[in-house]
Design a protein around this ligand. Structure first.
Ligand code: DON
Length: 570
């Protein structure tokens, strides 16, 4: 039994009722629970087919970047819920030699977009305009991102990489029970948006095989003509024409102008760990950095995993970090973001000075902190490690489930509704309850702020963990907890992924707990301290896919059982 488990068991025996979750999961007396172990290389993703195709490409001599292209496109085929050609994402990498970097293939607002495009004549947000239909989409970045990354660092010919995915689209994949439920759940709205005959408007049952021939043909053209097929070729022309007919504003010029951007990742230390995560326009790296650095001075280990004390400290750090996120962060190509100041140790220490262990801080008493800087701020994650030691954390999204619900029947994919990640109006929450400010207002060609947090963690100078998750605004806090679970509480990768999670995002002023994980004693302690709890309405917080490099160099996959995630490796 490892040390943290002894601590947990002892605490349970002593009746320290504060240690609510830790007495529940993982079971104190049980052996450590491990995920899949592989000797050489691994992919953990939302679908088994996608993980396997990524591994197959590496076995054929490809590296992590070749596997990224294959896995991302295999998710577009088998996981249309979030896998995509019509969306965007971020990838953070660390090469075997320690070189780090990231690529931003986030969607951009079309040229005809404008600040008030989702407001009526009285200045009120028009419901659903930024979430459903052709106006909800930003200019997609996925094809640009995977081609740019693969061209720079990959080893194989993209045709070879894409062939198994084209075969998968043509031969079909089997609908899982969870997928059948989701497809049934959106069938009416997909028909409403695209017409009765639309592909995903059909009744798909668990066990059916979906053969997406339109997507197979689109991927074949892309394999033949490269990224320009999507941005300048037949695929792009058809996409623009389709959206125009539906009242959309994305033009051929918008597609032609789209470029993925290489960005310096956000890098910070947490105790002996070095964390490498995504920079703006994702808020992921800055906000996870703020949270972890705000809790760094506290002895989390002795508090116990998910004890009331632990939940409090983390919640207060989350509250303060999200207040800064919502005010300061946006597309760095449009607004100046004081990244270094926001991650400054002294600044973060001063942010936590108002923390009172006996009483919850009210979010209404917290605003963004004042930092001095020159004035001049449904998703899916997969983690890959190749046999050379190159690591990739990739999070990609259409935003909501099946994005804007606009399905391009002739091309075989859904379009994103990422425009909702902008702040349509200052102070009005988006679909994740996030409130934005000027830094994240809409402007032509601007990227909308994201919470996606693809992250790599080094320990003792070596790669230790690859981690990320979907979950909208809860992504950042789920990734933070996964890292803390493994580091502070010595959990295995699989245990760290499975452990119950909670979330706070400043506004609304509520701590969310996953369903059935909030013990009555913990509830009592927190409510006595005036925490506002929203238990029950949050079935899951994130769906983490992670890889840990074990001391003997083997890889352990952490595939979240909250969804159908799967690790594959060799
Ligand atoms: O970029 C973002 O932060 C959101 N578009 C992510 C959406 C998401 O994670 C939905 N999945 N549950």
């Amino acid at each position: 039994m490892n040390k943290s488990k002894i601590t947990r068991s002892a605490a349970c025996l002593l009746g320290l009722q504060l240690l609510i979750f830790s007495c529940q999961s993982p079971e104190p007396q049980q052996e450590s629970k491990r995920g899949l172990i592989a000797e050489n290389a691994m992919v953990v993703s939302a679908r088994e087919e996608a993980s396997k195709i990524g591994v197959e490409i590496m076995q054929k001599g490809g590296n992590a970047f070749d596997a990224m292209m294959a896995t991302e496109m295999a998710l577009a085929v088998t996981f249309p819920f979030a896998g995509n050609l019509g969306g965007g994402g971020f990838a953070v990498f660390r090469m075997a030699n320690g070189e780090t970097g990231s690529i931003d293939y986030r969607e951009k607002a079309p040229g005809a977009a404008h600040r008030d495009m989702y407001l009526d004549e009285n200045g009120n947000v028009i419901p659903e305009l930024s979430t459903k239909g052709a106006l909800a989409s930003g200019v997609p970045g996925t094809i640009a991102g995977i081609f740019e990354a693969q061209a720079k660092y990959g080893k194989l010919d993209p045709k070879e990489v894409l062939q198994p995915v084209i075969d998968l689209a043509r031969n079909g994949f089997v609908v899982s029970p969870q997928q059948a439920d989701r497809l049934a759940g959106i069938r009416d709205v997909v028909r409403e948006v695209n017409g009765e005959e639309t592909f995903y408007g059909k009744e798909w049952n668990a066990g059916d095989t979906i053969k997406n021939l339109a997507l197979a043909e689109t991927l074949e053209r892309i394999a033949k003509n490269g990224r320009d097929e999507f941005y300048k070729g037949e695929t792009g022309h058809r996409l623009v024409a389709h959206l125009r007919d539906m009242g959309g504003i994305i033009t051929e010029e918008d597609l032609e102008a789209y470029e993925a951007v290489w960005r310096e990742p956000v890098i910070f230390n947490y105790k002996e760990l070095r964390v490498i995560s995504m920079a703006p326009p994702s808020s992921g790296g800055v906000t996870i950095g703020q949270i972890l650095k705000m809790v760094e001075p506290f002895d989390l280990k002795s508090m116990g995993h998910n004890s009331a004390e632990y939940v409090q400290v983390l919640t207060e750090a989350m509250r303060r970090a999200y207040a800064d996120r919502n005010y300061y962060l946006g597309d760095p190509d449009f607004v100046d973001i004081p990244v270094n100041e926001l991650l400054d140790r002294e600044y973060l220490k001063s942010r936590m000075e108002s923390f009172n262990p006996d009483l919850a801080t009210r979010s209404s008493d917290i605003a963004e902190g004042s930092v001095l800087f020159a004035e001049s701020m449904e998703t899916t994650h997969y983690s890959i490690m190749d046999s050379d030691g190159n690591a990739l954390a990739v999070t990609t999204t259409l935003n909501g489930a099946y994005g804007s619900k606009v399905y391009l029947d002739e091309l075989g994919f859904f379009m994103n509704n990422e425009m909702d990640d902008f702040s349509s109006k200052a102070g009005v929450p988006n679909m994740f309850g996030l409130i934005g400010a000027e830094a994240n207002s809409i402007a032509p060609g601007k990227r909308m702020l994201s919470s996606m947090t693809p992250t790599l963690v080094e320990r003792d100078g070596k790669l230790w963990m690859i981690v990320g998750t979907p979950g909208g605004s809860t992504i950042i806090t789920a990734v933070a907890q996964t890292i803390l679970n493994a580091y502070e509480f010595d959990m295995t990768m699989q245990e760290a992924v499975e452990a119950p999670r909670f979330h706070h995002q400043w506004l609304p002023d509520q701590v969310l707990f996953e369903e059935n994980t909030l013990d009555s004693t913990l509830l009592q302690i927190l409510t006595a301290k005036k925490y506002l709890i929203n238990e029950g309405r949050t079935p899951i917080i994130g769906s983490v896919d992670a890889i840990m490099v074990l001391p003997d160099g083997k890889l352990e996959g952490g595939a979240d059982p909250r969804r159908e995630n799967k690790a594959a490796g060799y």
